[in-house]
Design a binder for this molecule. Sequence first.
Ligand code: NAD
Ligand code: DAU
Length: 332
Amino acid sequence: MTTYLVTGGAGFIGSNFVRHVLEHTDAEVTVLDLLTYAGSRASLEGLPPDRVTLVEGDICDPALVEALVARHPVVVHFAAESHNDNSLHDPSPFLQTNLIGTYTLLEAVRRHGARYHHISTDEVYGDLELDDPQRFTETTPYNPSSPYSSTKAGSDLLVRAWVRSFGVLATISNCSNNYGPFQHVEKFIPRQITNVVDGVRPKLYGAGRNVRDWIHADDHSAAVLRILERGRIGETYLVGADGEKNNQEVIEAILTLMGRPADAYDHVSDRAGHDLRYAIDSTKLRTELGWAPRYRDFAAGLEQTVAWYRDNEAWWRPQKAATEARYAAAGQ
Ligand code: NAD
Ligand code: DAU
């Protein structure tokens, strides 16, 4: 039986992956998470204590990482500073966690010969024009735009170098925008849902024409498990569910689902350096590893997500005021 070490397992996608592993395997999971503003014990509440252990700690702490990797044959690395807007205000924790944290894990993985999977983002490829017929593939050149995406790109390159130079047993996945339950209210979709719950008008950056390629977090977790079980060492797999929507369409869909007029939102100042469009071609993952998304209908997935935030106010309420205060200070 495998024991997974899941970094960032108290965050949005990491905690989804932990639940996925419990449901689909007989493995045990150790979560290593610093419980920053983005991590929450509540996201792991109710999981069986004989199968899930939470270690509160920093992936940049070499002694702690060494001790944990020594007794875990598989490491799945989700932990990161993950929000673009925050990286524009203070890049420093992004450099520390995303680069030094990944380096610290890779060195321990190298010493112990552990299997390592690295979670990354489609943002490493930069952005596309709205009418570009091409989508990102595994061979698209790296061209990141923000402090966040440049540190994720750097962490990917570290992994590639550790595979080539030291024979580390690693795979990488680059996924598009996730949505679903347990996502922090700073992110686009939960921010707008919880604003509507609070009687506040949703906030659209700039003209709202920017396109994101949405995938349900459950489908991302299934892809990661599939890569761990069947992926080829040293390979990169792109993860996406053909979910391109522009931000205006998404806000209108949320308002309609929540019984408000579709135009009851405000335009606010745009994000600096705002990427225009992401789009993933996930043919390699689908054909080589037989993965396919379960959520093919974005409207249905969004409806489930809206219902979850309505039903789980106790989970998100503690973060909401501070998050909105940060946005207000930035004029957003
Ligand atoms: P999140 O911000 O919700 O969670 C990040 C988690 O990492 C939190 O629990 C936090 O406490 C933890 N963490 C942060 N710094 C740490 C440190 N130094 N040591 C230990 N733990 C630390 O992020 P998310 O949206 O769940 O993203 C998870 C991963 O997936 C990230 O690597 C991100 O780049 C990648 N990703 C995210 C998306 C998306 O749409 N959210 C898409 C593709 C890839
Ligand atoms: O593409 C994958 C990436 O998706 C991940 O690597 C990141 O970790 C994740 O945060 C996400 O990045 P984005 O910057 O695309 O996500 P965000 O939710 O911040 O914003 C989505 C879009 O919505 C983006 O075009 C900005 C816009 N936006 C965002 C907020 C918070 C708004 O229009 N209004 C808002 O209030």
